[in-house]
Design a protein around this ligand. Sequence first.
Ligand SMILES: Cc1ncc(COP(=O)(O)O)c(C=O)c1O
Length: 470
Amino acid sequence: MTSIPDTGRDYESVLDELKTFSHDDPDYKSGRTWSLVYYLDEAHTDFLNRASGLYASANGLNPMAFKSLKRLETEVVRMTADLLHGDDGACGIVTSGGTESCLLAVKTYRDMAAKQKKIRRPEMILPESAHVAWDKGAQYFNVKPVRIPLDDGFRVDAEKVRRAVTRNTVMILGSAPGYPHGVVDPIEELGEIARAKNIPLHVDACVGGYLLPFVEALGHPVPPFDFRVPGVTSISADTHKYGYSAKGASTILYRNMDIMEHQIFVSTEWPGGVFASPGLLGTRPGGGVAAAWAAMQAMGREGYLSRAREIMDTTQKLMDGINAIEGLKILGSPEMSLFAYRSTEKKLGIYAVGDRMEKRGWHIDRQQKPECLHAMVTPRHRDIAETYLKDLAESVAEVRANPKLSVQGGAATYGMVSKVPFRKMVKKNVLEMMRQMYGPDGQALNLAEENAGKGGIADRLGRLFLRLRS
Ligand SMILES: Cc1ncc(COP(=O)(O)O)c(C=O)c1O
């Protein structure tokens, strides 16, 4: 469709057509995806839709107008602060997602350091495994990212963090957990460094914020990662992940308003009037906030706890099963439901194993440094874990029997992209794919599909692009 139809259509026919569009999308309802989606069931999804629909037209831009929305936002923030052991001074907002929460923390600490310490060349210290949203924040807000290597357990090396602090450091980051390996950084040690050097410490609990507290309550070992750690000044936690809310909602919390005030934008000279805004957006959709509030009410602590139990049982079963497959090994010791595994044999290409799994209908993310496959476990995976392990064992056997699979198809593409030493070249080609994808005809996917197998880095990156996750 390239122009708006001359006459409108009835709602039902539009909805019927919309439903037909998703038939090629990943089958997340049967647990075939291992990233992107935190789906419980149809009843929960319908409930979220209804909650969100009640506020579909509301606008959180002006909290004085939609007082009910402000109330919902305040309550989501308070419930989250309570979960993460913030005291009465804790404050924050609901954002549009994890990335907005991360970007806001960068902006807040850059501006706080500029005001309080006159820092003009800001730097921020990030674990190597920190989510890429932090690089985005660094780029958008002109803060130099200083990436710190991980130790053997895939946690950031706290001693190296200590040594990386300079007079320009405006914040330190720790993840709880980091997305790539699912391990929690040593937040207590980072907290001590932050306090000793008088630097803010943000904990990125976007993926763990609504799960780790329940994993801890179940008796699993979870190192302190929240406001109980004295040096922690802010935390991001996404309701649209393990909070089981609708997409489009996260929280950013600060220990107190003296820190958070640096996040707030105020303009007094605009002809449209005096304007103040607490986040990145202007118009703030009400649906995400309402659905976040509703999800927390419907789940209750009991609901979150039983889901956490289910998830942890499934995760343990999967990790044990993977470690039991000769040639595969889980990386580090993940605290919750995210993990990665690699090949321990030179001839067993892990990306080729990923290809074989894809052929069996699984949507699995490939990671690099080291090359590995990734899994993010949700309640949907309970009933399918055994099938996954069976398919994985078969995939490994296939690749072992035919090592050439490691240099063909997707495996070749991923292998090349992860090893190409000229990262600028990779970047240039990925940028070109983005130009095509978001260009006038938006046809990059088709182009990449048509060119598949014709060789050349641009083509290979095109194929990679088909699989890029958000
Ligand atoms: C640790 C962490 N931080 C930030 C993000 C970004 O969140 P979003 O995709 O909601 O923007 C993610 C996403 O998976 C994450 O795992």
